[in-house]
Design a protein around this ligand. Structure first.
Ligand code: UD1
Ligand code: MG
Length: 428
């Protein structure tokens, strides 16, 4: 974390050694002083965020309750999950200001690089608030199992393996935030976190061959065996890292997750609505059970992270969000669709390849150049979508650039729905 500051080592050491009463009192006073010195974080923008979210919620609820004839039992499970997710939203919203004080006390903060040279650029912004989102998500996802009545116990095995991978990812993300591990190691963390899911996965390892290719291959389904697991593994590594490197603007990390989650949910409901295969429906319902709480907790974080950010999300969040969507795509069996929803991330990854591979030097932060006089950002030569947009569409403010990138993400998702619609019946 380039601009992030850490507490001196001696301070951390005091927590692990036995404290004398005087040290403890001194520590409490220091903590109280530092809390008093730091102003509370700005109020959440939850009202504004929820108003904009209606663009998604209205059609989503319409699809579930009116457009499709989804059976009562499945609808009930989705609804219970939605109610729990709403509770998760409010808990996250309430917990973020509390956790912010604690992370600041531990000197976990960052400076807003795109405001450097202005008074806002010298404010200590609490870091790694993704930890709150991750914990609340896990608590509600675990509680949900109690309410999902299904005869299929295989569901529970996969669900818990998915939660173990997500939990492992949150842990490693937080480790990264605290220890600031080097780039090459960072890229490997999701490969470790994906292991619980890969090892417990007992689902099918076959793929349906696209119809135009059937005459050439002479088969309709192909069993990939361990190659399928390798593909799952690579997908998890890609999703997590690709979100983490498409970042650096207030609201971009959470915004891209929110837009993609909305698209995933709509896709799942549409698939449940048109299918008559119970196993297929169960796979998509599974994905909904993970993505609804992801969306709800992310919206709460978005309320504090939207421009101007009063908290930063940290790698804890980017890894957590990427892993949750990857797991939802893998176990929901729609990984191709997921990759099309990830068009901006794929583009950003391709643009980043020369720097990630070390072919071109990769600085610690590949952000645009900020001009304090005008408040505008200018694109640099670093290979990112953020810089490419600035070079193509001209200098602009951080907020409008972020909105533009999120609109691009939404256009990518709409393109995916259109593509599926055109290819339906012809491709698969
Ligand atoms: C990735 C990117 C890096 C980018 C960074 C921004 C690669 C290889 N790495 O690194 O280029 O600069 O994300 O998150 O592409 N920050 C802001 N404004 C924001 C969000 C973050 O200024 O809206 C700054 C803060 O100083 C914050 C720091 O970025 O402390 C967090 O960076 P971190 O997530 O640790 O960077 P990486 O994920 O390693
Ligand atoms: Mg990051």
């Amino acid at each position: 974390m380039g601009a992030r500051k850490r507490g001196p080592k001696s301070e951390a050491a005091t927590t692990t050694t036995t404290k004398s009463p005087s040290t403890e009192t001194q520590e409490k006073t220091t903590a109280a002083n530092s809390t008093a010195a730091e102003p509370p974080i700005a109020l959440s923008k939850a009202g504004q965020i929820l108003k904009v979210s209606l663009i998604f919620f209205v059609p989503y609820l319409y699809l579930i309750f009116s457009h499709y004839n989804i059976e009562e039992e499945l609808k009930r499970s989705i609804l219970i999950n939605a109610v729990l997710s709403s509770a998760a939203f409010f808990v996250t919203l309430a917990m973020i200001p509390v956790a912010s004080k604690y992370v600041l006390r531990r000197n976990m903060f960052g400076y807003d690089i795109n405001k450097k040279g202005t008074p806002q650029g010298s404010i200590k912004v609490p870091e790694s608030l993704g930890i709150v989102v991750g914990i609340v998500f896990l608590v509600f996802a675990i509680l949900f199992q109690h309410f999902n009545f299904t005869a299929d116990s295989n569901w529970l095995v996969e669900y818990n393996a998915a939660l173990a991978s997500i939990c492992f990812m949150i842990l490693l993300g937080f480790v990264d935030d605290v220890l600031d591990v080097p780039w090459r190691v960072k890229l490997l963390l999701p490969s470790i976190a994906a292991l619980p899911l890969l090892m417990a996965y007992a689902g099918h390892t076959t793929i349906v061959i696209p119809k135009p290719l059937i005459p050439y291959l002479g088969l309709e389904v192909l069993d990939l065996g361990w190659v399928y697991k390798l593909y799952m593994w690579l997908l998890a590594i890609f999703c997590t890292n690709s979100i983490n490197i498409h970042a650096g603007l207030n609201g971009l990390e959470v915004g891209q997750t929110v837009v993609t989650s909305c698209a995933i949910l709509i896709h799942n409901v549409m698939q449940i609505g048109v299918s008559s295969d119970p196993e297929y429906k169960q796979a998509h319902a599974f994905s909904i059970y993970l993505v609804q709480p992801l969306l709800a907790t992310s919206l709460a974080l978005f309320s504090y992270n939207w421009y101007p950010s009063s908290v930063f999300v940290g790698d804890t969040y980017t890894y957590f969000a990427g892993m949750t969507m990857a797991v939802a795509g893998i176990l929901g069996h729609f990984s191709e669709t997921l990759l099309i929803f990830f068009i901006p991330q794929v583009l950003n990854f391709l643009l980043s390849l020369p720097q990630l591979s070390g072919f071109i030097p990769c600085p610690r932060h590949r952000l645009p150049r900020f001009e304090p006089q005008t408040g505008l950002l200018t694109g640099t030569n670093d290979g990112t979508l953020v810089n490419l947009f600035l070079r193509q569409f001209g200098r602009r403010s951080e907020k409008s650039l972020c909105i533009l990138l999120l609109i691009f993400q939404a256009i990518g998702c709409c393109f995916c729905f259109l593509l599926r619609w055109f290819l339906a019946g012809w491709y698969k």
